[in-house]
Design a protein around this ligand. Structure first.
Ligand code: ASP
Length: 357
């Protein structure tokens, strides 16, 4: 793969410290009004400085790279996640940090997927986007991009990056990527992380929540994973769900696992047909990963009668993982392991800080 790059020449009077590679994937952020001002069209990155002139005042080196075909993030898929991981692998030695500009709709999935694909990351990878296109006067794009760049370039007194993990920066909050969810389609505060505190808050000053940030380890060597297996599905419980629906999903040919979205602390119907369907699926080595429909709190299988059976049948508890992290973790684990017992074991453990034990 070869990508054309645009390098920004800083005009800051201070010497440059560090370098950031910005990877543009598409989404609302990169839209501007066409010449006649009627329609939003994808933005040409050659004009980035016209749109966000403040970027050249930052005292670090910034290079822009765009995917050959920028996408609305509703079209993202595992091939694109692997392409992003591969770009980071190829460019890892040449840059201190990475910012990914991405549509908001699936940003939490991409951030989760990348957290699994980039093992032993010791540089920042920060995703951001915008609710309003960069070409709109009230756009949040400018602030999100500039602060994401500053967070990516931030170093501690020892000269190490403060952030060494995959994060989402949006509307003043830096969140762990695999703990984030899109919660808003209109307001600017589009992302939240209910079960893990924000890693930083960008107000007048940037306040870091250091105890919650993955510690930097300069001995770590990045390992990129390039396999994801999408023979997975969601099965969301709802009152009135029929046996036909459950059986149809669990009998999909080749299916390796489902993320079971349960009620509350991991509860589901105790109707006999449902218990039989779950037991039969587990006997056929289909892995069932139990994730709560609630954003906050965690799965505690066995706490109620309505989850005791799931535990006994061998359903894997997802604890406080998000649905986005659960499904991408499953694709990653299945891409790496074939043995169902090993897969279940990996799913039950936090691999990149995506769940609490
Ligand atoms: N549909 C857009 C996308 O996710 C929305 C956005 O960028 O906010 O690509």
């Amino acid at each position: 793969m070869s990508y054309s790059k645009i390098h920004i020449n800083p005009i800051s009077p201070e010497p440059t410290v560090g370098s950031v590679l910005v990877i543009y994937t598409g989404g609302t952020l990169g839209m501007v009004y066409e010449a006649k001002g009627k329609q939003l069209v994808p933005f040409n990155f050659n004009q980035i400085i016209d749109r966000v002139p403040e970027i050249s005042r930052l005292n670090f080196d910034i290079t822009f790279l765009s995917l050959s075909e920028p996408i609305d993030s509703s079209n993202v898929n595992p091939d694109i996640w692997i392409e992003l991981a591969t770009i980071i692998e190829q460019e890892y030695a040449g840059y201190d940090s990475f910012v990914i500009l991405h549509g908001t709709d699936t940003m939490a999935y991409t951030a989760s997927a990348l957290s699994f694909l980039l093992e032993n990351l010791n540089k920042p990878v920060i995703l951001t986007g915008a609710q309003l296109p960069i070409g709109v006067a009230r756009s949040d794009a400018r602030e999100n991009v500039i602060t994401a760049l500053e967070l990516a370039a931030a170093k501690n007194e020892e000269g190490q990056p403060i952030i060494s993990e995959v994060c989402i920066y949006f509307n003043s909050l830096l969140l762990r990527g695999n703990r984030s969810k899109k919660r808003e389609s209109s307001d600017f505060n589009a992302f939240h992380s209910e079960n893990y505190p924000a890693l930083a808050n960008a107000g007048v000053r940037i306040e870091y929540n250091l105890p919650y940030i993955k510690p930097h380890d300069s001995d770590q060597r990045l390992t990129i994973h390039k396999n994801m297996d999408n023979r997975v599905a969601f099965l969301k419980m709802f009152p009135g769900i029929s046996q036909l629906v459950v059986d149809s999903i669990l009998n999909i040919s080749g299916l390796r696992g489902i993320v079971l979205e349960t009620y509350g602390a991991g509860n589901a119907t105790t109707a006999q047909w449902f218990l039989d369907a779950i037991s039969n699926a587990i006997e056929k080595n289909i892995i069932i990963f139990n994730v709560s429909q609630c954003d906050g709190g965690r799965v505690a299988q066995g706490h109620y009668e309505t989850s005791r059976f799931l535990k006994q049948a061998g359903v894997v508890s997802g604890s406080d993982i998000t649905a986005e992290a659960a499904i991408t973790k499953m694709m990653y684990v299945f891409g790496k392991e074939t043995d169902p017992h090993k897969c279940a074991e990996m799913l039950s453990q936090p691999l990149r800080g995506e769940m609490s034990v």
